[in-house]
Design a protein. Structure first.
Length: 232
């Protein structure tokens, strides 16, 4: 039975290596786009109610080291409780922080003209000895801290501090994946060829044995091999 052209073409196999490489490239693309959006717009992009914020001061150490990326979940002011870590746009007129976000812990909650006001302070007692001079206002709340994003932090830190090494890794990882895939494919091919050779030799040996048996049977069943006649 013939095999159609469509059936003869093997579909490309999806391997764990290819999946890992695709995820890595996707993460890098998302990271670059995210950083570009933040730098151009000055806003914090949100996806499904979650945002990523980079901590640029040591005010929340040791819980959140400087340079860390953290995941922030959008929250309404009434959902915030004392002890929560929140991210908000500060009212501080200092040019160093004006219009930027701060991520600090909530010390107390009050209301002014029906709007929530949060007294906040950084956890680092060495750099933040007293509560923030300008409280966080509910209308400028970004969200509540969820967790740190260590993988993203590690990648960005690597690119910022060891760019040549990062570039080398970006080039090396695909090479390792391709090499690994090639070696596995070669080993599979070699194993398949070895098994096919063994099967072929076994079949040849069986065919030889059957041929010898058939030849022996024909010899025994020849014209002179019939039953002998006896005189009555």
């Amino acid at each position: 039975m013939g095999v159609s052209a469509g059936e003869s073409k093997r579909k490309p196999k999806i391997t764990p290596g290819k999946i890992a490489y695709a995820i890595l490239i996707l993460l890098l693309v998302v990271l670059v786009l995210y950083l570009l959006i933040v730098r151009i717009s000055g806003n914090i992009p949100s996806l499904f109610g979650y945002s990523v914020v980079r901590i640029v001061t040591p005010s929340m150490e040791p819980k959140i080291p400087v340079g860390s990326f953290v995941l922030i979940k959008k929250a309404a002011p009434e959902e915030i409780k004392t002890g929560d870590i929140i991210t908000f746009f500060t009212d501080d007129p200092d040019p160093l922080v004006a219009g930027k976000t701060i991520t600090h812990r909530v010390l107390s909650i009050s209301q002014e003209d029906g709007k929530y006001v949060f007294e906040t302070k950084g956890d680092n007692s060495d750099t933040n000895k007293v509560p923030d001079a300008y409280p966080a206002r509910g209308e400028k709340l970004v969200g509540r801290y969820v967790c740190g994003m260590l993988p993203l932090t590690a990648i960005v830190t690597l690119f910022r501090t060891h760019l040549p090494v990062a570039i080398l890794l970006v080039l090396l990882i695909p090479a390792v994946i391709v090499t690994q895939t090639f070696v596995k494919k070669t080993l599979r091919t070699t194993t398949a060829e070895r098994e096919a050779l063994i099967r072929r030799r076994v079949e040849e040996e069986l065919a030889r044995v059957r041929a010898e048996q058939n030849a022996e049977i024909k010899t025994n069943d020849g014209p002179d091999a019939g039953p002998s006649e006896h005189d009555s």
